[in-house]
Write a protein that binds this ligand. Structure first.
Ligand code: DGI
Ligand code: FE
Ligand code: FE
Length: 193
């Protein structure tokens, strides 16, 4: 499936605002990939499809988990926000015929991140936060560093997410914490923190 066919299919399965967000993340990811010398085609596809599972009902979520025999933990099972990135990986593979593991991993990890992310994974994670449609305060701050240091951006993003989750009384997934700690390690190794 080429990227134009992907766009047509994605447009049909998402709400208008989410589709526009996906196009924005695609464009942002392409720019970052160019800057950081990462395959721009992979970045575009991962950016475009990262939220392809965003518009799925609880019932369909459960059916897909069974269908693809997806392993989830308690925190993931109770959060659509966490499930959509995991399911997105399977949908990208099965329905958009994406077979590239780097793209699939970037989709899978785009919500929590993980320690030891590849540059492509970091790009999708950060692009999701700073695409032009995002107007929260942290996005503005992250935009200042995005062409300087992705780890700095990841620290800003995870700090903000963790504070938001605490405020809302939600469960923090260990991956979110591990991603944040990994960013701190990476920055201190570089002498930035
Ligand atoms: O899908 P998007 O809205 O574009 O962005 P995203 O995939 O980063 O998802 C953001 C949502 O995910 C936001 O509502 C917070 C939630 N989230 C991120 N990390 C965690 C989390 N939710 C829980 N419960 N635990 C986490 O660790
Ligand atoms: Fe998402
Ligand atoms: Fe997104």
């Amino acid at each position: 499936m080429d990227i134009n066919e992907m766009k047509i299919k994605l447009k049909e399965s998402l709400k208008e605002t989410r589709y526009i967000h996906s196009l924005n993340v695609m464009e942002e990811s392409e720019k970052l990939a160019m800057h950081y010398n990462v395959d721009t085609e992979k970045a575009k596809i991962a950016g475009l499809l990262h939220d392809c599972a965003k518009n799925i009902s609880k019932k369909d979520e459960n059916e897909l988990i069974k269908k693809y025999r997806i392993e989830t933990d308690d925190i993931q099972r109770n959060s659509s926000a966490l499930l959509h990135s995991i399911l997105g990986m399977y949908i990208a593979r099965e329905e958009y015929q994406v077979s590239d593991e780097e793209i699939l991993n970037a989709i899978y990890w785009h919500t929590t991140g993980r320690p030891g992310m590849t540059i492509l994974e970091k790009i999708i994670f950060v692009a999701d936060y700073i695409e032009p449609g995002r107007n929260f305060e942290v996005a503005e701050k992250v935009r200042k560093y995005v062409y300087e240091d992705l780890d700095k951006c990841i620290l800003l993003c995870t700090d903000s997410t963790i504070m938001y989750l605490i405020q809302k009384g939600k469960l923090i997934h260990p991956y979110t914490l591990e991603t944040r700690n990994d960013a701190v390690y990476n920055l201190s190794k570089k002498g930035i923190l």
